[in-house]
Design a binder for this molecule. Structure first.
Ligand code: FE
Length: 208
């Protein structure tokens, strides 16, 4: 079966005013969809039909198929990103996640400041990540379509898309305002906490 564009886990207008319905119409409905469509074309050309999304990403990297790697990794990255967001209802980190954040960053605000700094210092397109490395929380960023699921030992917990297509409608060219709006209001901490089981990569996978 071809890969599909996963439905958003909330209505398009539920993240406003921090992320507009128009942004989601473009970012999910056009940018993310284009990655899905292109990946589906390429897996036919490369004989990878019936392969799961994670295996397509890893096979593309092993084979040095850069275009397929970029397109398929972007399908996975966006599928994960949408789940990292939730309507702004003031939900805080809880349980084990809250304890680990306090131990590593002092507070949730400390974590968000570090993630914002990583997002702003990242040159050009890419993704800022909170990952689990061993049993430690770590902030990093990866360029273009690169993704922790293609790196041994990095388990994805939370991501922020810092491609300009993520913010050009709501914030023009100002990445800092986008980072403040999303990190300060829209993080789905329940989803982030669930990924402490190390299985986050499967939550944005698709069977072949
Ligand atoms: Fe994006």
């Amino acid at each position: 079966m071809p890969f599909s564009l996963p439905a958003l886990p909330y209505a398009k207008d539920r993240l406003a005013p921090h992320m507009s319905a128009e942004t989601l119409e473009y970012h999910h409905g056009k940018h993310h969809k284009a990655y899905v469509d292109k990946t589906n074309e390429l897996i036919v050309e490369q004989g990878l039909e019936g392969t799961s999304l994670l295996d397509v990403i890893r096979t593309a990297r092993e084979r040095g198929e850069t275009t397929l790697f970029n397109q398929s990794a972007q399908v996975w990255n966006h599928s994960f990103f949408w789940q990292c967001l939730a309507p702004p209802e003031g939900q805080p980190p809880t349980g084990q996640l809250a304890e680990m954040i306090e131990e590593t960053f002092g507070s949730t605000a400390g974590l968000l400041d570090s993630l914002k700094a990583e997002a702003l210092s990242h040159f050009s397109n890419g993704w800022a990540w909170l990952v689990l490395e061993g049993d430690q929380l770590k902030i990093t960023s990866l360029h273009d379509a690169d993704t922790p699921v293609a790196h041994d030992g990095l388990k994805p917990l939370l991501t922020l898309d810092v491609w300009e297509h993520a913010y050009y409608i709501d914030h023009r060219n100002v990445r800092a305002n986008f980072a403040d709006a999303v990190l300060g209001n829209l993080i789905n901490w329940e989803f982030v906490g669930s990924n402490l089981d190390g299985e986050g990569e499967k939550r944005a996978d698709q069977p072949g």
